[in-house]
Design a protein around this ligand. Structure first.
Ligand SMILES: [Zn+2]
Length: 94
């Protein structure tokens, strides 16, 4: 392959890495996971990009489902410090 082909591959990898990072961010990944997806895009190029598009990261996307009052079982809003139903102050993990 000549130089322009290598340049094309380099630009594709860099672009896919950046796109992976942006998509991973929008899917709720944070911190080192973002850098992991950047690396995946740089190494695997378009395949890393396809992987991040197909993957689902629902842990931080649905915070309401995991936050329930331990006393009465009511769903707690993500910004609530007191249970809206029983008024308890649940020790919320995560
Ligand atoms: Zn409650």
């Amino acid at each position: 392959m000549d130089l322009s082909s290598w340049m094309f591959i380099f630009v594709m990898s860099a672009g896919c890495g950046m796109a992976c990072m942006i998509i991973a961010r929008s899917k709720g990944y944070r911190g080192t996971a973002i850098l992991g997806w950047l690396a995946a895009g740089l190494i695997f190029s378009i395949f890393g990009l396809i992987a991040v598009i197909l993957t689902s990261h629902g842990v931080e996307a649905t915070p309401v489902a995991s936050a329930t009052c331990p006393y009465c079982g009511a769903l707690l809003p993500s910004d609530a410090s007191l249970c809206p139903r029983c008024g308890a102050n649940p020790a919320r993990v995560g």
